[in-house]
Every structure is written in C-alpha cells, then in structure tokens.
Design a protein around this ligand. Structure first.
Ligand code: HEC
Ligand code: HEC
Ligand code: HEC
Ligand code: HEC
Length: 389
C-alpha cells in the first residue's frame, strides 16, 4: 500500500520543494526611479520649514545609501530639467548635468524642454561630463537581471519582447492615447498623487522641481508586467547628502558669485533709497523694534548658507534689489542689506526732506516676498503681530 503510494508522495514532496523555485525564476521586480520637470532647481531655498524637500545632493545621497534595497532599478529623467539660457540658468544646467552623471542616470531626456535652450550647449555638457543622456528620437537598451528594458523618447520606438519605458514631456491627458508602452514618464510638471493607468500603460509624472523621487516598482512574470506599486520618496533634511554632488553645488555657488562683478558696481549717488540708518535719526523707537525682527538679520541668513551673492536669493533679503538706487552688493551698498524700513515703506529720500507721506503698507507689500513658495505659512494677521512697531 505504502509502496504504491510512494511515487505520488515523492511527487508531492518534489513539488513542495521545487515549485516555489520554479515559479520564482520567472517572477521578478524592476524599480523605475524617475524624475522630470526639475526646471533647474538644484536644491530648495530653505526659506520655510514647509518647503525643505528636494535637492540633488539628497537625491544622490538617498540613491547611493539605498542601492541594495532599490536594485534592480533604472534611473531616468523625463526632461524639462533646465530653466533657460541666461548666464545663471546655464550654470544651473551645468551643475545638473554633472550631478546626473554622478548619480549614474541611465537615461535623461535632456532635449525635452519647454524653455529656450541652446542644444549645442547641452550636447557639449553631456559629452564633457559623460552623462547618460538620451538623444532626441532615440532608444537605449538597459539590462537588469537578464530583463531587457527599452527606454526611448520617441513614441514610435516601442520594442517587442522588452519592457518599454517612454520619456515624454506631454500631458497625461494626451499620453493616455499613446499605445505600446509599459511605462510612460512625463516631465509635463503635473503633480500626480500616484500613477495613472491607461489600458496597459502606467503613466507617471516627475515631481515638479525634484522635490520628491518617484519610485515605481513593477512586478513581472516571464518578462511581462503583472502589477505595480508606487511611492514618492521625500528628500528631507534627514537624508544624508552625497558629498560629491554637494561639491558640485558649491562650485555652482562660486560661479554664480563670480557673475557678480563687484568692482564694476557703482552705487547711485543721491539715490531714492537711504537705508535704515537715516530713518533712525527721526524714528529711533521704530528702529529699535525693527532690529528685534528677523528682517534685520535677513542678509546674515544668506551669508550663513553661502548665498549672499546669488541674485535669485538676494532679491527678497535686501532693500530695493534690481531698482534704481537699490541694493547691488554688500560691498557697493552695505547700508541696503537686510529687509529694512524702505523694503516695506518704499524709498525715503523725499520723505526725509519734506516729511511727506510714505507709500501705504498693506498685505500686498508683504506678498512680494512672502510668496506661497517662499513663505507658505504666511498669514497676514499673525505675521503683522510679529513686526508691528
Ligand atoms: C520671493 C522672495 C524670496 C526669495 C527669492 C528667497 N527668499 Fe529666503 N525667505 C523669504 C521669506 C519671505 C522668508 C521668511 C519665510 C517665513 O518665515 O515665512 C525667507 C526665509 C529664508 C530662510 C530662513 C531663515 C530662518 O529664519 O531660518 C533662509 C535660510 C532663506 N530664506 C534662504 C534663501 C535662499 C538660499 C534663497 C535663494 C535660493 C532665498 N532665500 C530666496 C523670501 C525669499
Ligand atoms: C523685501 C522682502 C520682504 C518684505 C516686503 C516683507 N518681508 Fe517679511 N521676511 C522677509 C525675509 C527674507 C524674511 C526672513 C528673514 C530671515 O529669517 O533671515 C522675513 C521674515 C518675516 C517674519 C519672521 C517669520 C518668522 O518665522 O518669525 C515675519 C513675521 C515677517 N517677515 C512679516 C512680514 C510682514 C507682515 C510683511 C509686510 C508688512 C513683510 N514681512 C514684508 C522678506 C520680506
Ligand atoms: C515688514 C514691513 C515693515 C518694515 C520692515 C518696517 N515697517 Fe514701519 N510699518 C509697517 C506697517 C505694516 C505699518 C502700519 C501700517 C501703516 O501705518 O502703513 C508701519 C508703520 C510705521 C510707521 C507709522 C506708525 C504710526 O503710528 O503711524 C512708521 C513711522 C514706521 N512704520 C517707520 C518704520 C521705520 C523707521 C522702519 C525701519 C526702522 C520700519 N517702519 C520698518 C511695516 C514695516
Ligand atoms: C528728518 C527726520 C525724518 C527722517 C530722516 C525720516 N522721517 Fe519719517 N517721519 C518724520 C516725521 C516728522 C513724520 C511725521 C509726519 C507727519 O505725520 O506729518 C514721519 C512719518 C513717517 C511715517 C508715517 C507717516 C506716513 O506718511 O506714512 C513713516 C512710515 C515714516 N516716517 C517712515 C520713514 C522712513 C522709512 C524713513 C527712512 C527712510 C524716515 N521716515 C525718515 C521724519 C523723518
């Protein structure tokens, strides 16, 4: 009896032992790590605790610290990475391409761009820094654990028998009708909570300004996608920075500072802005109260973070930046550093001479600097209480 049953028992035992392995061999996962719509954002400004997520140094730090858990993965950028073609924007493009090279991007669709940008300049950067750029209308092949992945920026270049990933700059609504792709990553800048499923295609969108890393995990069987999960990886202060990318960003800060030709800056003699020192003469008590506010230390804040020569930061942390007679640099116009009386009340030269009325100060004045982006917690009543004098 037992003997006769033996083959059956052996078969069952065999199946139990080997079945999981047999099926395992065909099942696998692949992580698509993606960014897009970086728009030249190298790191968050740090103006508010609410807007602290992101930055290339943390992105790189996160990926290298979690390599084992993320593997197998491909790292892609869907484009709209640059800000434009002005001198500072070009320095950003350079820092971005260099950082992408350090992170080992498999494919970055650098040519997908809504801004005016010189192609030859970008091509030069890519060649110089050996970044994994995906040229226009091309495909590239990546292999992970024997799985063949086709990454392309051309909607017509999906390939049979491969995992197809399209990098695009078009909107999700339009991409819903594009067939033949397992995954589409767009850099349209749309902020999605998670992937959009369109038929067999999973559409994801790079988080604007690189504030979060998209992690799309594909489940595969016999090289076909059977399911997926998705998460946004925040990049907050607790993520250790990659020192190599940090040094690229430091280099960027120095190059931006060098754009400022201090020797050539000539302060306007008799300009419309006087600086708080002049107001003190007649408004002692107001000046005392102003000195206790954070406005009085706004320039020191920039010095602390190494951005006191970056016009993109300086403009809100001083008096009259970009205006005739306003702040130029600490050296040229030391009396106009910090957010002072005239940042709110307007230029005071005439008033100091004739005691005439100053510009009325209401919420609209605050909002020029307290933008939703730089001061998301701004509330006029609460903030006014802290500065009233
Ligand atoms: C549009 C105006 C604006 C620009 C541009 C701007 N800031 Fe600010 N910044 C602010 C305001 C407003 C606050 C105060 C926010 C609050 O407390 O709600 C602030 C606060 C800060 C703080 C926080 C200071 C503290 O108390 O801890 C830092 C740091 C800072 N900014 C750095 C920068 C840097 C670096 C840049 C450039 C990359 C920059 N800012 C560009 C308006 C600006
Ligand atoms: C020229 C730009 C500018 C204008 C105009 C401006 N602020 Fe600010 N404000 C800043 C900056 C920059 C900081 C951050 C200073 C720092 O901490 O280094 C700040 C910080 C503050 C803070 C401190 C926030 C905190 O965390 O304690 C308050 C309060 C504030 N502003 C209120 C106002 C109000 C109210 C107005 C309008 C009546 C106003 N500000 C107008 C630039 C400006
Ligand atoms: C952050 C913006 C801000 C800054 C900086 C600021 N003020 Fe004011 N100030 C206001 C607001 C708001 C009021 C009240 C509304 C109004 O009277 O227009 C005010 C009111 C005043 C008044 C009129 C008070 C009254 O009772 O009528 C004087 C004078 C004055 N400020 C002087 C100064 C001087 C001097 C400084 C610099 C040492 C200064 N302010 C800095 C926003 C500011
Ligand atoms: C030489 C003295 C003197 C100087 C310097 C001076 N003020 Fe005044 N300020 C006055 C007098 C006097 C008044 C009151 C005028 C009135 O109410 O008729 C006044 C009123 C004000 C008011 C409230 C009235 C209004 O029209 O808004 C503000 C705000 C103000 N000054 C801001 C400033 C600022 C900012 C500076 C520096 C750029 C400054 N003042 C420099 C003498 C001065």
């Amino acid at each position: 009896m037992f003997r006769r049953a033996l083959p059956a028992v052996a078969l069952i035992v065999f199946s139990i032992l080997f079945f999981p392995y047999a099926s395992h061999a065909r099942e696998s996962v692949l992580n698509i790590l993606y960014t897009g719509a970086m728009r030249g954002e190298l790191e968050p400004c740090g103006c508010s605790p609410e807007t602290q997520s992101g930055g290339l140094a943390r992105l790189s730090g996160y990926i290298s610290a979690n390599k084992a858990a993320l593997t197998p993965y491909v790292l892609v950028d869907a484009g709209n990475s640059f800000e434009g073609d002005k001198p500072q924007a070009r320095l950003k493009s350079e820092a971005l391409v260099r950082s992408f090279a350090v992170m080992g991007y498999d494919a970055a669709a650098l040519h997908i761009s809504k801004t005016d940008i010189d192609d030859a300049f970008i091509t030069g950067l890519v060649a110089q820094h050996k970044a994994g750029a995906l040229p226009q209308g091309k495909s590239m092949k990546a292999v992970r654990d024997g799985l063949k992945i086709n990454i392309s920026s051309d909607e017509k270049l999906a390939k049979k028998g491969m995992i197809n990933v399209l990098l695009s700059g078009r909107t999700v609504a339009v991409l819903k009708d594009v067939k033949g792709w397992d995954v589409i990553v767009t850099s349209s800048g749309e902020e999605l909570e998670g992937p959009v499923q369109a038929g067999k295609t999973i559409i994801v969108s790079g988080f604007p300004k690189g504030q979060k890393l998209g992690v799309l995990s594909l489940r595969l069987k016999d090289g076909r996608v059977t399911g997926s999960t998705h998460r946004w990886q925040p990049l907050m202060k607790d993520v250790a920075e990659d020192p190599e990318v940090r040094s690229i960003l430091k280099d960027y800060d120095q190059k931006v500072a060098a754009l400022l030709k201090e020797e050539e800056l000539k302060p306007v003699i008799g300009g419309q802005y006087l600086g708080a020192e002049s107001c003190v003469e007649c408004h002692q008590s107001f000046a005392e109260s102003w000195k206790t506010t954070k406005h009085a230390g706004a320039f020191a804040t920039l010095e602390r973070v190494g951005k006191s020569k970056d016009p993109e930061c300086v403009k809100c942390h001083v008096v009259g930046f970009g205006e005739e007679g306003g702040f130029l640099s600490l050296k040229a116009t030391p009396g106009l550093a910090n957010v002072q009386c005239e940042s709110c009340h307007g230029p005071g030269r005439e008033h100091a001479a004739d005691f005439g009325p100053m510009r009325p100060v209401g919420m609209d004045v605050c909002l020029k600097c307290h933008t939703p982006e730089n001061s998301p917690l701004f509330n006029y009543q609460e903030y006014y209480e802290k500065i009233k004098h």
